[in-house]
Design a protein around this ligand. Structure first.
Ligand SMILES: NC(=O)c1ccc[n+]([C@@H]2O[C@H](COP(=O)([O-])OP(=O)(O)OC[C@H]3O[C@@H](n4cnc5c(N)ncnc54)[C@H](OP(=O)(O)O)[C@@H]3O)[C@@H](O)[C@H]2O)c1
Length: 300
C-alpha cells in the first residue's frame, strides 16, 4: 500500500482523499457513552489508522456529546500536531457569535489542541441567526489562529454562495452525503460547484454504512473480478476518481480500514466510472431521512 494521495484546494488547503470518521465513536448524537472497553477500542483504531498514514480525522461537537472529540484528543496527544489534519463542526443551534465561540473553545479543550485545521458549519444556521454574523465569526477565529480553514457541511449551492459572499476567507469544503447510491449532491449541483470553486466535496457516508456491495452486487460483481477489488474499494475509488472529491469513512475494524486504504493506488477506467454513475441500482435522488440541506433559516 502506498501513502494516501492528497488533493489541493483553494486557500492552500491540502486534504488526503481518505479521512477517519468519528461518528459512532464515543456514543450517539449528543449522548456520550463512557465505556472503558469501547473507548479503548476507539483509541486503538485511531492508533492503527495513524500507523497506516491516516492524518485527517473528522469529528463534531455533537458526536457522542463531545466524547468523540475527547477520545480523538486522547489518542493523538503524543503525535506531531503539525502532521495531523483535524476537522470538527459546530451544530446550527450553536452558531450565534457568542455560542459559537463557547462551542469552539469547548471543542478545543476536549481535543486538547490550540487550533483545528478545519472548522465546519454542520448545517446552515437556524432561524434568528444571520449568516453574515456566522461567517464574520469564522473569519475572526481564523485571524485569532484558532482555526486554519473554514468550511461548510450540508449546504446547497445557493447557501454556499450566500455564505461565501459574507466571508473574507475562502470556504474550502462542503461536506455532504454522497456515494454511488446517494446522488443528491449531483442533482443539487454541489459536485459541479465544488469543482468550479476549487473547494473539496468531502463525501460523508461514502460506503452507505457498508451496504453498497449488497445492494449493487449485480453491477459491481463483474468489476470486482476485473479489478480484483472489493465493492467497498470500488465505491471509494469511484468517489475520489472525480475532481475535488475526498471521503470520510468510519470503521472500528483494522481489516476494514486496511481494505479501505487499498482503494486509491489504482484507477477505475473512465467507461466503468460512467457505467456505475448510470447503472448503479436503486439510486436515491431525494433527501436523506433527515433533510439537512433544507434545515436552517434562509431559503435553500
Ligand atoms: N457532516 C455530516 O452531516 C455527517 C453526517 C454523517 C457522517 N459524517 C461523517 O462521515 C463519516 C462516515 O459516515 P458514516 O459513518 O455514517 O458512514 P460510512 O463511513 O459509509 O459507513 C460506516 C459503516 O460502514 C462499516 N464499514 C466501514 N468500512 C467497511 C468495509 N470495508 N467493509 C464493511 N463495512 C465497512 C463500518 O463498520 P465497522 O466499524 O465494523 O467497519 C460502519 O458501520 C462519519 O464517521 C462522520 O465523521 C458527517
Amino acid at each position: 500500500m502506498h501513502g494516501i494521495p492528497t488533493k489541493q484546494f483553494v486557500d492552500d488547503f491540502t486534504l488526503p482523499v481518505y479521512g477517519f470518521g468519528m461518528w459512532g465513536h464515543g456514543g450517539g448524537w449528543e449522548i456520550p457513552n463512557y465505556d472503558d472497553e469501547a473507548d479503548a477500542g476507539t483509541v486503538t483504531a485511531i492508533h492503527h489508522a495513524l500507523s497506516l498514514g491516516v492524518t485527517h480525522f473528522d469529528t463534531a461537537d455533537k458526536y457522542g456529546g463531545g466524547h468523540a472529540e475527547e477520545l480523538l484528543g486522547q489518542a493523538v496527544k503524543h503525535y506531531d500536531r503539525s502532521k495531523l489534519l483535524i476537522t470538527t463542526k459546530v451544530w446550527n443551534t450553536e452558531q450565534s457569535p457568542h455560542r459559537m465561540r463557547l462551542s469552539l473553545e469547548a471543542s478545543l479543550q476536549r481535543l486538547g489542541m490550540s487550533y483545528v485545521d478545519l472548522y465546519l458549519l454542520h448545517t446552515y444556521p437556524e432561524p434568528g441567526v444571520a449568516i453574515e454574523d456566522v461567517m464574520h465569526t469564522l473569519d475572526t477565529f481564523v485571524a485569532e489562529g484558532l482555526v486554519r480553514h473554514i468550511g461548510v457541511s450540508n449546504f446547497t449551492p445557493k447557501r454556499f454562495d450566500r455564505a461565501q459572499a459574507c466571508a473574507q476567507h475562502r470556504i474550502v469544503c462542503n461536506q455532504v452525503h454522497y456515494n454511488m447510491q446517494w446522488r443528491q449532491a449531483e442533482d443539487l449541483g454541489i459536485v459541479r460547484q465544488c469543482q468550479d470553486q476549487g473547494a473539496a466535496l468531502v463525501a460523508w457516508r461514502p460506503l452507505q454504512r457498508g451496504m453498497l456491495g449488497a445492494e449493487g452486487g449485480r453491477i459491481l460483481q463483474p468489476l470486482e473480478v476485473k479489478y480484483r477489488k472489493t465493492a467497498n474499494q470500488i465505491a471509494l475509488n469511484w468517489l475520489v476518481s472525480q475532481p475535488n472529491v475526498t471521503v470520510v469513512a468510519k470503521t472500528s475494524s483494522p481489516e476494514h480500514l486496511e481494505e479501505n486504504l487499498a482503494s486509491f493506488d489504482w484507477s477505475l477506467d473512465s467507461d466503468d466510472i460512467a457505467f456505475i454513475r448510470k447503472q448503479y441500482p436503486d439510486q436515491q435522488h431525494g433527501p436523506d431521512t433527515v433533510d439537512l440541506f433544507h434545515a436552517g433559516s434562509d431559503p435553500a
